[in-house]
Design a protein around this ligand. Structure first.
Ligand SMILES: *Cc1c(COP(=O)(O)O)cnc(C)c1O
Length: 410
């Protein structure tokens, strides 16, 4: 955890855009260790780093998570998996989402594990596998749709697909999986119903003499709420970043937000009664007001819907957003002590006193922290990676670079 002195040093020394995301890799590692403790061996911990590591940056997050004990990685697309391989990451990577026919070959050649949900796809993988003339059979996870109605084979079709994969000399049925539609709901009834449907489908597959080496079901919410659903592997995304799957789901003890967003006042100015601020003249002053300009906007993932709802922390004081959030700029109310260059906490990490967390901001605009986090992406919003109080990596317009590659582990 960077002390406030470390943070001052980091932000004062930063030569780039004043608006930055600070990603604390020590917090990330601690979160991963907490989840490792929560799931008893031999259950594996898959760190889900899709969507640029939920906006945090997939490569540094993946390296830190693996160094802290995560067993494997989950991504949504072949591109995301290839990016990790390109960074020299060797751990097993599962592509959780559907994969296009024209990218299967690339996925296999990058040693990405694919999820099959129909016979045609499994056949296609087998053909690609033969074309690539790879020696080892390609591991495939069979996904069963137990009620999500999105991606996955219906239980009644799953025996045939499982048998095909298992019988193929080029494929290996590595696991059978499913995904919950409402593991974060207060009422666990549908989650339990999905688990029962899944178990019945697995039973049918085993009755057809197909061996299922592993099964996995749980996302963050299910991992936290239902230890009985951990089974052979948990797939933890949002909670690893210290964000809640739902406002009603408490995170395990010691799990904290990994990312904060900092900026500086670009300008401080007085607004007179009757004057409005910004596009659409949505907010007008009813009394003399001091305003501060913050160089960040909806193009940085600071959602326009937060106009007149969001707030920031300026010099430890709660500063509401005034008027519309623009593409690149936002105006907040400040007090008469505020000066150009003063530090602003746009998103706090829960340890910096008065500052909204991503969970708070999500609640204010009636969305989920998933959506907000995945919008806060480099390179436009430079990402600074900190470990033991030191800057260890940067992602900005010049690309991603590690200052001390050994520090990141992986
Ligand atoms: C994204 C995803 C996860 C992780 O979900 P969280 O709620 O972020 O923990 C798990 N499994 C699958 C199939 C996913 O697509």
């Amino acid at each position: 955890m960077p002390t406030s002195a470390d943070l001052d040093k980091l932000l004062d020394g930063w030569q780039g855009r004043p608006t930055v995301a600070v990603i604390d890799l020590d917090v990330l590692r601690e979160n991963v260790r907490r989840f490792k403790k929560l799931v008893a061996p031999p259950t594996l911990l898959m760190a889900v780093v899709k969507a640029a590591g939920y906006g945090h940056g997939s490569v540094p997050v993946a390296k830190a998570a693996l160094a802290a004990g995560a067993d494997e990685l989950g991504v949504a697309t072949v591109d995301e998996g290839a990016r990790l391989r390109g960074a020299g990451i060797d751990a097993p990577i599962l592509v959780l989402g559907p994969v296009g026919i024209n990218e299967r070959c690339r996925a296999l050649s990058k040693r990405l594990t694919l999820v099959a949900s129909d016979l045609a796809f499994a056949r296609g993988v087998e053909t690609d596998k033969q074309m690539l003339r790879m020696k080892q059979p390609a591991p495939v996870h069979l996904k069963i749709d137990s009620g999500m109605r999105r991606f996955g084979a219906l239980p009644e079709d799953s025996v045939e697909i499982a048998r095909f994969i298992s019988d193929s000399p080029h494929l290996e049925l590595a696991a059978v999986m499913t995904h919950f539609a409402g593991a974060d709901d207060t009422d666990p009834a549908f989650t339990m119903e999905q688990a029962r449907r899944f178990d019945r489908a697995c039973e049918a597959i085993r009755s057809a003499d197909v061996i299922i080496p592993q099964i996995h079901l749980a996302n963050s919410a299910a991992t936290i709420r239902f230890p009985e659903l951990h089974r052979d592997r948990v797939r933890v995304g949002i909670a690893m970043y210290g964000l809640r799957p739902d406002p009603d789901v408490d995170l395990p003890d010691g799990v904290k937000p990994v990312m904060a967003v900092h900026s500086r006042l670009a300008r401080v100015f007085a607004v007179q009664p009757g004057e409005s601020i910004g596009y659409g003249r949505q907010w007008s002053a009813s009394e003399p007001t001091m305003a501060g300009l913050v160089p960040l906007g909806y193009a940085d993932g600071y959602r326009r819907h937060g106009s007149d709802r969001y707030w920031m922390s300026v010099n430890g004081r709660r500063s509401p957003v005034l008027g519309r959030i623009s593409m690149d700029q936002t105006v907040v109310e400040v007090d008469s002590n505020a000066r150009t260059g003063d530090r602003v906490i746009v998103v706090g990490n829960g340890t910096d006193g008065v500052a909204p967390t991503l969970n708070d901001l999500a609640t204010l605009i009636d969305t989920i922290p998933y959506e907000l986090a995945t919008g806060l992406v480099a390179p436009r919003l430079p990402h600074l990676y900190v470990q033991q109080g030191e800057l260890v990596a940067i992602a900005d317009v010049s690309g991603y670079r590690e200052i001390d590659p050994t520090a990141l582990g992986g």
